[in-house]
Write a protein that binds this ligand. Sequence first.
Ligand SMILES: *Cc1c(COP(=O)(O)O)cnc(C)c1O
Length: 397
Amino acid sequence: MKSFREAKLTRKIPFARVACGENELAYIKEVLDSGWLTTASKADAFEKKFREIVGAKFAYAVNSCTAALHLALEALGVGPRDKVFVPTITFTATAEVVRYLGGDPVFLDVEYGSSLITPEILKEAINRHPNVKVLMVVHFGGQAAKMVSEQGKGILDICGEHDIKIVEDAAHAFPSKVGGKVVGSIGDVTCFSFYANKTITTGEGGMLTTNDKSIAERAKVMRLHGIDRDVWSRFVSDGVSWEYDVVAPGYKYNMPDVNAAIGLAQLERAESMRKERERCARYYMKHLSELDQIDLPLLHVDTKDHAWHLFGIILNNKAKVSRERFIQLMNEHSIGTSVHYKPLHRMTYYRDRYNLDVRDFPDAERAWQGCVSLPIYPSLSDEDLEYVCSTIRDILE
Ligand SMILES: *Cc1c(COP(=O)(O)O)cnc(C)c1O
């Protein structure tokens, strides 16, 4: 009998598949040949290139996006009982890092169709919770939230007026843009993920970017045990190399060079891979638009400004099959799907700790009842996409 994992990999159309080129292996070999496998020149080069692409002054490679989010909140001074806005539709990492520091997430409903926080949702939430210090924005699926807006106020303006700092969870959003700005140099801090199934990968990994020098300095020191290398190098001009100073109880969040080598190769193809995912998204939008039983993603940005990490459809109340049955039937046709996400207000820990009620999250609930994510990655051919679309039409007929 096949294991679950094997069954997943031998599906005709798996939910996700990594696209590796030749340079991944070439750069890994350079690391192995160097005799030094952890953080060194490849991580430096990866940071430099990433900084250039997103236009941020500082970029620090870390071993996960979760680590980057933790460092971001720590650098902003979030502490016990501080409140932080978190959208209810996201991965648990976005909220758990608030708890690492003893803070309390305040969960927000999201817009139906985009699963994004909007300026309207934010304004209303600030009225109810005037003492929140930080907003976590999740650029859901790779579409950036309305950070800036031509008509009226964007999320940046509203947070500026209320002295709320912004941490962007851009785990889905590399590369992506909104209002002519590149995600990675918009809010106070931005965190990216290079987990195995994200838009670019290092196996496990993440990046923190910022334009703020004091946030950058704190994150850099806390990334590696609270060791202050600058203090160290200032006092060690005579070549004594064993000495270093510790200024805080930091973490072990650095990215090894083996992973950074993969990241460097993936960066070279980030935009071409994004274009291939955009091709998949356009195919789905064209060939599924006639089906009145499903709602397609609500777009605020141009398709070329979208990272297209996910393509989520929502089975609406006209659908004759349940979401669970739909997923099962897709699976029987050897097509992998996923669900993004079961909202955090439904998770035991958050629900019980904060007495959360589903009625406070009507749009997230409506999305959650019917949401299904379809395969979207560069190696999907037009025949593959047609097979997915025709299977969906057959199931819904
Ligand atoms: C994947 C993901 C994370 C966590 O990323 P890691 O690199 O696995 O730590 C955080 N937030 C969102 C929205 C994600 O999808």
